[in-house]
Design a protein. Sequence first.
Length: 382
Amino acid sequence: MADFIFRISPNIILGSHTVTRLGQFASDYGSKYMVIVDPMVREVGISEKITQSLADRKLEFFVFEEISEGATTKAIDEAMQLARQAHIHGVIAVGGSKAINVAKAVASLYYESHDLYDFVEGASPSVAPLPLICVPTTIRDAFLFSHFTPVTDSRNARARVLKSQNGLCRLVLFDPNLNLTLTENQISSMAIEAICLAVEAYVSPKATFFSDMIVEKAVELIGYARDGADSLMVTTPSEVLLSQGGCMSSLACSMASPGAATVLALTVNGRFKASRSLVSSILLPYIIEDSAKFKGERIAKLAKILRAASEEATQEEACAAFAENIRQRLAKANLPARLKDLSVSIEQLALAAEDAGGLELTDYLPRSMNSDDLFDLIKQAF
């Protein structure tokens, strides 16, 4: 097991209607902000509520929404130029991974003099970042608490990972009410992805007793949110349970490391814009079956915590039941069960596997995997 090093950063606030206090929290870090908003957030009427909180506190801000193609280097470069021209004090991200990753890149590199592509090629930031506040509108993000920031290189559509400073994000504000704008299919796929993050963190070579504890609680909460509790003792609304479970899965993933499903979801999304949640969800049963070969005891334990297997089940039975449980969840939610259902060809997925094999993230997979091994996993799920 890896050494345990605990740093309390960022501050995390989770609760209903906490987004209405964003202006209060933001005033602690500055008075002039760039607010990077996912365009979908404006469509459902959330962005006005958030910016109103800033206006009520007399904070200066402007909104940047040109991220429809994702966290591309082109979008980051445009956002960076506007941020520097406005001489902002901090960055606020509102939305899913697109908005958050653009904001992380802008905040991390704002004071840097080198070209953006120097950092795309692997350079590390050398100066302090701008304060960053994240307001996720989804229930999970593998890189939210991480010092890695996934981006798409606009020159060749390849997924790359920027390095950022430790403690980049000052505050993450989870408001379960923001999740109510998601469709049931989106919630289902994100819940399965949150389980995937938990599984990957649990079998990671960087796992610690602390990340294990968070994973176990995260899986329990997600199970209660999606399947209900065995008793009336759990009365917390499902959207709150999902926010709690997703937050904890994301936190555990940053303490340990993401796995093959998350890395492949990143590269498939970068090249072909397929949903990260769907790719991770489809791959999860195969990740469980693969992990059961060398981490069977751990997979069986999570299966029982999720109530996918009975307490009396053997290790082998519990692992098999866990994989089958995820397949049943996909079927029940009418979600794709095979990668070919995402309108990508096996030849395209081969490119994504090659991209994944070249990422630094593969150094932290539960077992050694190169591009060929990752492609074998894709073929099983295709």
